[in-house]
Design a protein around this ligand. Structure first.
Ligand SMILES: *Cc1c(COP(=O)(O)O)cnc(C)c1O
Length: 404
């Protein structure tokens, strides 16, 4: 059982007011809030450890390096990667995907096929479109169905011996759909294709075991799971990462440099050019500690209760349409009411201190599929409460009266 009142004390931001009202934060799918335990690690880093890592002989540099590498091991353990060097620190999901897309530039030839899903975030669409333009590879799309899930039958028929890479999100950020990634991965492997799973939206809710999934690449951002912004990771199987050309050139990623020839460092440094977000990496580790201390079973059980309660309460509002209902999904509700523009609903909720997201949620193809400009998206976290949901539902009813 979750003691939500106790948990809320860990999140100082939840005490603030917005437009004179208590903040109700339902924009967790865009970024999560940060607990004191992580804030303290950040403060401690700049108060006690701040130094550049890996190159220094002095005490601070060694301590900062140790803390950073310990964080890498925490991430490795959390995702059950076989080796710590299979975890590459990046600036987040977007950079992780761009790193891979850049590496695949020299691994693809014209006519190779890539498969994407209709449920992707723009950051898992655009880098691949850019890559296809450069390489002459062809991008194919797994269609979605009306209820917001992937059409897996079509996926099977898209696969063939030319398929090189498949990229699908673990959980859709716009709808919350949990995709059948195990099945997608297994099927891809029978054709020798590799699979990248975008885990940005899954990691706050689901503990993922990359070896059990047998996934080739898995990416996420720390800020969706109680960590800071601007840091994330790319997991890759070691043999694949070794075969992948480096992403950026610079310090830290080399073994030796002369003007005749530069040799690259081994994993993970080959992909970590320049001074990284050291504090961010350490705080990422602290965020995983915080979530694991609560326990992912406990988190997902409570969030499922919030989701069921919110879905029931929202459905009582006349004219509401929820997209992606009845799915295996995380605690995300995307909806519209009548023909009210989502932005207008979001603005009125904001006046009442309630933070939701409105718009296309960086997933315009999904909005095009439903022929809507966007939705209102309320996304819940383990620090949200049933009372907050009641307040939002009351606020929405008031908003409808004002707008209709
Ligand atoms: C948030 C998100 C991203 C982008 O993450 P950044 O931290 O902005 O790089 C990509 N995919 C999904 C599914 C997301 O939810």
């Amino acid at each position: 059982m979750i003691d939500v009142n106790k948990i809320r004390k860990d999140f100082p931001i939840l005490k603030r007011k917005v437009n004179g009202q208590d903040l109700i934060y339902f924009d967790n799918a865009a970024t999560s809030q940060t607990p004191l335990q992580v804030i303290e690690v950040i403060t401690d880093y700049y108060s006690r450890l701040n130094a550049n890592i890996h190159r220094g002989v002095h005490q601070l540099s060694q301590e900062a390096t140790d803390a950073y590498e310990e964080a890498r091991i925490k991430i490795q353990k959390h995702f059950n990667a076989a080796e710590a060097y299979e975890i590459i620190f990046t600036a987040g999901t977007t950079e992780s995907i761009n790193l891979l897309a850049s590496g695949y530039n020299s691994l693809l030839k014209p006519g190779d096929e890539l498969i994407i899903s209709a449920l992707e975030h723009h950051s898992n669409i655009v880098p691949w479109q850019m890559l296809c333009e450069k390489t002459g590879a062809i991008l194919k799309v797994i269609p979605m169905t009306l209820n917001g899930s992937l059409d897996i039958e079509s996926y099977h028929s898209l696969l063939n011996s030319k398929t090189k890479l498949i990229f699908v999100n673990h959980v859709s950020n716009a709808l919350g759909t949990i995709n059948p990634i195990k099945e997608i991965i297994n099927e891809a492997h029978t054709y020798g294709a590799k699979v990248l799973i975008d885990g940005a939206q899954a990691c706050p809710h689901i503990k993922t075991d990359v070896q059990e999934l047998n996934v080739d690449y898995y990416v996420t951002s720390a800020h969706k799971l109680c960590g800071p912004t601007g840091v994330g990771m790319l997991y890759g199987k070691k043999e694949l990462l070794r075969a992948l050309p480096p992403y950026q050139g610079g310090g830290e990623m080399i073994a030796s440099v002369t003007f005749e020839k530069t040799t690259y460092a081994g994993l993970p440094h080959k992909f970590e050019a320049g001074t990284p977000n050291i504090c961010g990496g350490i705080a990422f580790g602290a965020a995983l500690d915080y979530m694991n201390n609560l326990g992912f079973d406990v988190i997902s059980k409570y969030e499922a209760e919030l989701l069921a309660y919110a879905t029931n309460s929202l459905k009582k509002i006349e004219g509401i349409k929820i997209y992606g209902e009845g799915l295996d999904k995380t605690a995300v509700i995307s909806f519209n009411i009548g023909d009210i523009h989502p932005y207008d609903l979001g603005s009125i909720l904001n006046q009442m201190g309630i933070a939701v997201r409105t718009g296309h949620h960086c997933a315009q193809p999904i909005m095009d599929f439903y022929e809507i400009p966007g939705t209102v998206r309320a996304s819940f976290s383990f620090y949200n409460t049933f009372e907050e949901i009641d307040i939002m539902v009351t606020a929405l009813k008031k908003a409808v009266l004002m707008l209709q």
